[in-house]
Design a protein around this ligand. Structure first.
Ligand SMILES: [Zn+2]
Length: 336
């Protein structure tokens, strides 16, 4: 197999941060998500780059009545209640026009109409698999809703990104969640980077181990953990749901650390080149709302990355793929 460039975006608008911030506290970023999607589609057309939009199921609803049709009876029973978005449904608007922070049907249709990209799931309600109190049965019902709400749009959900990356491919405790994915025809997920600083177990440490946060920040600019690229056909031998681990989070442009921006982009380009030369996968991800402020600066960075992709495509046959596109290639390579 050749090297591959995969991009997955956690498309969620307010549903990705509802437990941390109100709409007003994050308004500018959230307000511009539509604009960001437009520019992403435009730029990915220009460089022929494919994107997997891992989309929260709530965003597919036409209006509140439509949304309520898909809500599972068996909702997550988190011990910490603020993790459940369901109480918030009382106060959201009725449809995308009234409330573009909680609905995105027209955008989803626009992405689908483009034809080049994949729409995957980020679960129905931004489900947290590592939070205490929820069960695998509740996850099963949530995933069913995520799949069903996409059906009227003729969207077949085939890949998943777990909210807050709460999945560990090799931990026994997470296996039932992947079995549920397999049962519903999900062929791939985005796992965490192989490097240890990204792999601390989320229930224990997620809510604040600052040393690891600092190391991750440093790793964005200089190589602490190497390229984090993968021979996906090897790591997924005999696996039912393929793990397409993250290589790097594309952090938002930082005015405070402006002088370090070139280093950040250079680090990504180097890892992509490594992947292209060694026939590995480089998997980049972020949230569209990360680009919601300083949009031009963020797209300038992204364009440099896309230009590098184009060069690597011409030189080494490095290919852009959606998660499901790559999963199909892995499957074919294993049947040879
Ligand atoms: Zn999310």
């Amino acid at each position: 197999m050749k090297g591959h460039f995969v991009i997955s975006l956690d498309y969620e608008i307010h549903w990705g941060v509802f437990d941390k911030k109100t709409v007003d506290e994050y308004r500018e970023n959230l307000e511009n998500v539509g604009k960001v999607i437009d520019r992403l589609l435009e730029m990915s057309d220009k460089y022929n780059v494919k994107i997997t939009f891992s989309t929260v199921g709530f965003l597919f609803a036409e209006d509140k009545t439509d949304l309520f049709k898909y809500i599972p009876e068996n909702k997550p029973t988190y011990l910490i209640e603020k993790f459940s978005p369901y109480p918030l449904l009382e106060s959201i608007g009725n449809n995308e026009k009234e409330d573009p922070f909680h609905y995105a049907l027209s955008r989803i249709k626009q992405i689908k109409a483009n034809g080049n990209h994949e729409i995957g799931t980020h679960t129905f309600c931004h489900f947290y698999c590592h939070e205490h109190g929820q069960t695998v049965e509740q996850f099963d019902d949530d995933l069913k809703s995520a799949i069903n709400i996409a059906k009227p749009l003729d969207i077949d959900i085939k890949s998943i990104v777990f909210p807050r990356n709460m999945i560990e491919a090799n931990k026994l405790i997470d296996r039932p969640y992947l079995d549920v994915c397999h049962k519903h025809g999900i062929g791939s997920f985005r796992g965490k980077e192989k490097a240890y600083i990204y792999n601390i177990h989320t229930t224990k440490f997620y809510h604040g181990w600052y040393l690891f946060k600092m190391l991750r920040l440093l790793d964005a600019y200089i190589s602490v953990t190497g390229s984090n690229t993968y021979k996906v056909e090897v790591i997924n031998k005999d696996k039912k749901v393929y793990n397409l681990p993250s290589s790097r989070l594309l952090r938002a442009y930082s005015s405070k650390l402006k002088f370090l921006e070139p280093l950040k982009v250079r680090r990504i380009k180097k890892a992509m080149t490594h992947a292209a030369k060694h026939k590995e996968m480089f998997h980049l991800w972020w949230h569209p709302h990360n680009f919601g402020t300083q949009i031009d600066e963020n797209f300038k960075n992204l364009e440099q990355i896309f230009k590098t992709y184009k060069k690597l495509n011409e030189t080494y046959g490095f290919e852009s793929e959606t998660m499901t596109g790559l999963a199909k290639k892995i499957k074919a390579s294993q049947q040879e």
